[in-house]
Design a protein around this ligand. Structure first.
Ligand code: NAD
Length: 404
């Protein structure tokens, strides 16, 4: 779970640095909370640091999907909430959290519908709370450099691209089999969104046409899901991105998954190229003990707990940078409003939200709502056997529709 792998260790590091205070993790399943408390790597990394849980570890599982409200009712406003729940719960939980006036970091996808993204954006602005969407690939140094060079005009005009993210086969044996079914989602929506967002992040181009074809398969529990998907996104300038995704990277292969991005550009009577191998980042280990896979490609760039000059271990990588970007923005807003009356404080908060929207570094509900448009279009297409879905920006409110 992403709380264990990224969010909690990042929050603990920020607590260690004095940027955030007390941490409470809320999960309806006590077993999930126990696993976090007992994770030996977290104990080693953050000696002497604690976090509360809700429910307490001695209690039973909760059957209240709004348990988090009990925690928030005891918190002062304008702290921070991290939302890391299954995709379809993001919208109702965002709606449930917003009345508590907390800044929010939400894992991707923010929500599943474009209108929902606009609704969340409007309510957050009204309340003066900042929302960051955790698209961490944006904070990979290679993405930041690519964005800089594209914007400087060093690469040319995006013409053709190829992206892939193939998750391991063993996902089919996980909890995925209960919800990753044809009517709910598909590999394009689940992980293809990362590279579509990245191409938008690098180029600032809007996606205009989407078609996705899926290949179905049967999970071990008998449910049917799309195990593979091949998508094509055409951007407003005619640039074409092919997006290959699936749950099928061999479990005993060296990487954690297979992923990467290649982009070609039209320059001034010449071509441009960007190629990111995000699968083999040049680090190979042949382990002799303590690992399930002997030979592995190690990704030192996303998230690792590494030795540092302080006690324990410190999170390094773009996963941490991404979490820290939103939480630091929220913390900086609150530091700025500290000596102001409530009216001025609200103006300052709204100005800071506008500035982050315009900067387009952290994904916000406003500046990344094209992701929800692409998602809507992709679902329409895959459920109609790959028919092209168009995103029409000619009205104030973009419209997604099948071409025929
Ligand atoms: N690369 C990425 O950006 C990335 C990677 C992994 C996951 N994610 C996203 O993170 C989210 C969570 O994924 P995950 O793999 O951690 O899932 P998970 O199933 O491991 O964890 C979700 C947890 O939510 C708990 N839960 C469900 N409903 C709840 C409620 N109402 N109140 C409290 N707890 C509740 C469940 O008990 C479970 O422990 C998804 O939206 C997923 O798309 C993003």
């Amino acid at each position: 779970m992403i709380v264990n792998d990224l969010l909690l260790p990042s929050a603990l590091q920020m607590q260690r640095l004095g940027i955030i205070g007390e941490i409470t993790v809320c999960d309806m399943r006590v077993a999930a909370l126990k696993a976090l408390k007992e994770n030996p790597e977290l104990r080693e990394a953050f000696p002497g640091q604690e976090f509360r849980t809700c429910p307490a570890l001695e209690e039973e599982d909760s059957d209240d999907p709004e348990l988090y409200k009990q925690v928030l009712a005891k918190k002062d406003p304008f702290g921070a909430v991290i939302i890391a729940l299954p995709d379809h719960l993001h919208y109702p939980v965002l709606k449930g959290v917003l009345p508590f006036n907390q800044h929010i970091l939400c894992v991707k996808p923010l929500v599943l519908k474009y209108d929902q993204a606009l609704e969340i954006e409007a309510e957050a602005l009204e309340r003066g709370v900042f929302i960051g969407v955790e698209y961490h690939k944006r904070f990979d140094r290679r993405s930041l450099l690519a964005r800089k060079h594209y914007r400087q005009g060093d690469l040319g005009d995006f013409a053709l691209g190829e992206s892939k993210l193939i998750e391991p086969y063993f996902y089919r044996h996980s909890n995925f089999q209960n919800w990753f079914t044809c009517e709910n989602t598909d590999p394009f929506v689940y992980v293809g969104c990362h590279y579509v967002d990245l191409v938008c992040f690098i180029t600032d181009l809007k996606p205009a046409k989407v078609s996705v074809t899926g290949r179905k398969g049967i999970f071990p529990n008998g449910k049917e899901g799309y195990m593979w998907s091949n998508g094509r996104v055409v951007f407003e300038n005619g640039g074409i991105l092919s997006v290959n995704n699936g749950l099928g990277y061999p479990d005993d292969s060296a990487g954690g998954n297979d992923q990467g991005l290649v982009m070609y550009f039209d320059g001034d009577d010449c071509g441009g190229l960007l190629a990111h191998d995000d699968h083999d980042r040049g680090v190979e280990y042949g382990f002799s003990a303590n690992q399930t896979k002997r030979f592995q490609y190690i990704n030192p760039d996303f998230f690792r707990l590494a030795p540092w000059e302080g006690d324990g271990l410190k999170p390094i990588g773009y996963g941490y940078d991404s979490v820290a970007a939103t939480l630091t923005t929220a913390s900086a807003i609150e530091a700025e409003v500290a000596d102001h009356d409530p009216d001025d404080a609200m103006k300052i908060r709204r100005a800071a939200i506008g500035k982050a929207n315009d900067k387009r570094l952290i994904a916000t509900p406003m500046n990344s709502a094209y992701n929800e448009l692409v998602q809507e279009a992709a679902r329409m297409s895959i459920l109609n056997d790959g028919d092209v879905a168009l995103i029409d920006y000619s009205d104030d409110r973009p419209v997604v529709k099948l071409r025929n």
